[in-house]
Design a protein around this ligand. Sequence first.
Ligand code: NCD
Length: 318
Amino acid sequence: MTSEQLSTDHLLGIQDLTREDIELIFRTADDFKEVLARPIKKVPSLRDITIANLFFENSTRTRVSFELAEKRLSADVINFSASSGSTKKGETLVDTVNNILAMKVDMVVMRHPEPGAAVFLSKHVAARIVNAGDGTHEHPTQALLDAYSIREKLGKVKGVRVAIVGDIQHSRVALSNIHCLKKLGAEVMLCGPTTLMPKYAASLGVKVEHDLDKALAWCDVANMLRIQLERQGGDGINNFPSLREYSIMYGLDLARYQRIGKDVVIMHPGPINRGVEVTSEVADHANSIILDQVQNGVAVRMAVLYLLAARIPRASQA
Ligand code: NCD
């Protein structure tokens, strides 16, 4: 395993990583992918490290993926879930986390509904922080596993044209993906209805397109984001007339996919609303790498945890 180090003590957002950091994470993830293919999928690297997974917002796959990554690295793991209501104020959050840290925890993986919660925590507690999603802000490990999966499928990220489709406005996956893909030299296009496109989109150095067929004709990879109904207030649907209309305008079904006339790689961060963003035939298509994304998530998270732990002075690396 490498002795190179990340340039940062925490993973709060892709914005804090250099291109070299991202490439180091990918090379380390390659090694862990090889470990995960062995009959015994476990290494002793984080044997002396305790990690708390603090989830203040619902999550299934991200929480399971982190927990598996931690266990494959032989870390001691504790899980804490809380409804967002009880920890709305910063002080309460610091108190909660300090109580957990008093039990000698080295790293915290946190998902929280407030943008900036991970940055805030990193300034107030003595542990390595990994942001597992902070509101509509960033979801750095998702972007890393997405770019890693593109690199695996197409052999490179530089120069690849990626269309990110759907609810850009409410998506932390979109923002982290934009930063990550651009750092790696990909071309990025955002596609969705005006009502789900942030006003600052053009300032991010990406193309903006409202016609899905044009975006699909342009791209090599289409990352179909979930409509974040839970972030849209009320019954959710107030940015477009109906889910049915959304899926006609911005959903990808087999007929539309076949009309592109080339092998566009299909991605989705999950959980999928089958029949809204993509139909089942598209989600399960030979050019879909949706399950590869899930599988790569474990190796990429192992790499992030391993590299951050290497920066803890007392960690003994195996
Ligand atoms: C993403 C998230 O939570 O931001 N999902 C995930 O990490 N499994 C994307 C989404 O919820 O749509």
